[in-house]
Design a protein around this ligand. Structure first.
Ligand code: IVH
Length: 667
């Protein structure tokens, strides 16, 4: 056997054992035997570097940590599903399907477990894995190829798939056991625990270091194929078999159901049986089996009409409410929460649950010391449903909302039309902590290592009084803090330094202006370019920006009219934090829509005005506010304005949402 042949044989063997282990849960060899195969392959490849290919199992973890993830455009929008929360809603779905198909008898469905992970799109070119992308907003996702390659359930090459490009979609998830292991390790390291497997998996996928991702134990199941119509089997059942045949991981408990009764039986069975599965599932996805029927049913503006997600009911448990405490948020909002006797529910142990607001506590008559019912659905924050009242059991007096902030003792106040009580002290240490956590958070300045515990220390030690102070921190100061070695201190300083170069929207979002989420921050930054320009706009000017309504415009203008806020921005800029950037999104001049002007009117269901604009611009097109003869297309969403009529009078083609999506999604 030549080295090339031995290498090939080893790769085939390793893939087979990966499949036995990850896809079929039926390993034939021990971990040691598997490692020996890997070692032999690695040695042979080291001796024959010319024989190394990207599809070799030795190449799963490669490269250095990335700077960030590139944005990718999905071949077709990644839709989400409509939900059914009970039998009636499930049966109503079946009614709609039967009506849509004018079916007399039962419809054939495939029921699959709904994997509680994060959706992933895998692109294969001529059978080779070339890209893995997250769902993102459904239209634009993040390129996480290097991380996806570390997941051994996902084949780097497909067996017998057709030539050309195809995209396989599915779910990346973390098995329950791996989740437990991760949290045990975090607990031992004094790190905050992850809330559930889904968040942990999502966090791992966004890690920039593939070596780290490889250790997390992520897995995947696939269930969808996006390819030329000719390459798609005529039923979902056949599709699942085809995908499995190519070596892709298919969750084995799916079932063909003739009619909705069989589907309902499947849902009922799994509502309970899911506890014994190795992974979390939060429901059942019900899909019309025949692809031709799916095409006839089509989609609403948001969801396919041929599928629905039945959600398992929230799990409920009883426990004792030890104490009601009040948390002070970034905006000063005082939110009561329950400190509980720890209890295991829906995949994790919880010791806290939200109580919403003082009115809610009063209405439900929840008191300290009560036995309470806790409800938790999937990754939703657990909530206290209400007390379990037992005759003859004495209760503590009704709980009363404190009148002073539990942290700074300033009086709490409440606006007439609000239910929320607030601490009005802008320097309240609790508010400061939350603001800093927000500023440093993933979605904002993304300063890795600056989490809750460290923020707490920095504020307590009065090393930091606002976000600008972060940029004056020195390694020596940090080394004086608990659990801070020389290396961590240096890393954090480097991270803080790196954050100076962030895109402007991150800073804008990090400032914590009311109503300014990540999306709006991006829109504003792109439209105006710099923070100073935004700060100089009166509300009326801000309102002219697509997606910016009067409430938001006012909130932004008010925030910048405050001298203290302006001073903060000035200090951040003086510290070297980037506050200016390019004014519009980059336009690809060679895109398929070059020279085409679009006008958007009405509300699109699957993407915002700005997302639509970004898509058009990314493909080389332009978006204008008014219709003329030169307009290429008018895109009409729900409740369109007069622009739709004008298009008709001028003979400009009108695109409804589905047609527009098809146009911008065309590969
Ligand atoms: S099918 C157009 N099947 O659930 C239909 N989705 O709530 C595409 N999910 O975004 C989805 N398990 O991330 C489908 N067996 C399954 C699934 C599944 C989990 C996720 C998926 C989707 C979300 C919709």
């Amino acid at each position: 056997m030549t080295p090339a042949e031995r290498i090939e044989a080893l790769r085939r063997d390793i893939r087979r054992h990966d499949e036995l282990y990850y896809l079929q849960a039926a390993p034939e060899i021990s971990d040691q035997q598997f490692d020996a195969l890997m070692r032999e392959l690695r040695d042979l490849e080291a001796a024959h570097p010319d024989l190394v290919t990207p599809e070799s199992p030795t190449q799963r973890v490669g490269g250095r940590p990335a700077e960030g993830f590139a944005t990718v455009t999905h071949a077709a929008a990644m839709l989400s599903l409509d939900n059914a929360y009970n039998e009636d809603e499930l049966r109503a779905f079946d009614e709609r399907v039967r009506k849509g198909l004018a079916a007399d008898g039962p419809v054939r469905y495939v029921a699959e477990l709904k994997i509680d992970g994060l959706s992933i799109a895998l692109t294969y070119d001529d059978g080779r894995l070339v890209r893995g992308a997250t769902r993102g907003d459904g239209v634009l996702g993040e390129d996480v190829t290097t991380n996806v390659r570390t997941i051994r359930a996902i084949p780097l090459s497909l067996r017998g798939a057709p030539a050309g490009r195809l995209e396989v979609r599915g779910e990346v998830y973390l098995p329950k056991a791996e989740f437990a292991r991760t949290n045990r390790e975090r607990e031992a390291a004094g790190e905050p625990l992850f809330a559930n497997p889904r968040n942990t998996a999502a966090g791992a996928m966004r890690n920039l270091d593939p070596k780290h991702v490889a250790t997390r134990g992520l897995r995947a199941w696939t269930y969808q194929l996006v390819a030329d119509a000719a390459a798609i089997p005529s039923t979902h059942e056949a599709l699942l078999q085809t995908l499995a045949g190519w070596g892709l991981p298919i969750e084995s408990h799916w079932r063909v159901c003739d009619g909705i009764d069989a589907v309902w039986a499947f849902c009922r069975d799994w509502a309970d049986a899911r506890k014994d599965l190795a992974f979390e599932t939060d429901g059942v996805v019900v899909k019309v089996d025949a692809v031709a029927d799916r095409d006839r049913l089509g989609m609403t503006s948001k969801f396919p009409r041929w599928a629905i997600a039945f959600k398992f009911p929230a799990e409920k448990v009883e426990t004792v409410l030890r104490e009601i405490r009040v948390n002070i948020g970034r905006t000063g909002a005082a939110t009561p929460y329950a400190v509980l006797e720890p209890v295991f529910v829906a995949g994790s142990t919880i010791s806290m649950a939200t109580l919403h607001n003082a009115e809610d506590i009063e209405r439900k008559d929840i008191r300290e010391g009560d036995t309470v019912v806790i409800e938790k659905a999937g990754d939703v924050i657990p909530r206290v449903v209400g007390p379990v009242i037992r005759e003859g059991v004495a209760r503590q007096p009704s709980w009363i909302m404190p009148t002073a902030c539990p942290v700074c003792a300033s009086p709490l106040h409440r606006d007439e039309d609000e239910v929320v009580w607030r601490c009005g002290n802008v320097s309240c240490p609790a508010r400061l902590r939350r603001s800093l956590e927000h500023f440093a958070g993933r979605g904002a300045m993304n300063i890795e290592g600056l989490g809750e515990a460290l923020v707490d220390q920095l504020v307590t030690a009065t090393l930091v009084r606002d976000a600008a102070d972060l940029y004056a921190l020195t390694a020596t100061q940090l080394e004086g803090l608990e659990r801070m070695g020389k290396k961590s201190a240096a890393n954090l300083i480097a991270e803080i330094e790196r954050s100076k170069g962030n895109e402007v929207w991150r800073l804008l979002y990090g400032l914590g202006i009311r109503h300014v989420g990540e999306r709006v921050a991006q829109v504003l930054a792109r439209y105006f370019g710099s923070v100073d320009t935004i700060a100089a706009q009166p509300p009326a000017a801000l309102e002219t920006v697509p997606e910016v309504g009067p409430v938001l415009a006012l909130a932004v203008a008010e925030w910048f009219s405050d001298d203290a806020n302006r001073a903060l921005v000035a200090r951040l800029a003086a510290a070297g934090v980037t506050t200016t950037g390019p004014v519009t999104a980059t336009v690809t001049p060679e895109g398929p829509l070059v020279g085409k002007t679009f006008v958007l009117t009405g509300t699109l269901a699957s993407l915002s005005r700005d997302e639509a604009t970004a898509k058009i611009e990314a493909l080389g097109g332009r978006v204008s506010g008014s219709v003329s003869k030169k307009t290429a297309f008018v895109v009409v969403g729900a409740d369109p304005g007069s622009k739709a009529e004008k298009a008709v009078t001028l003979g400009v083609p009108v695109l409804e949402e589905a047609a527009f999506l098809a146009l911008i999604m065309a590969p």
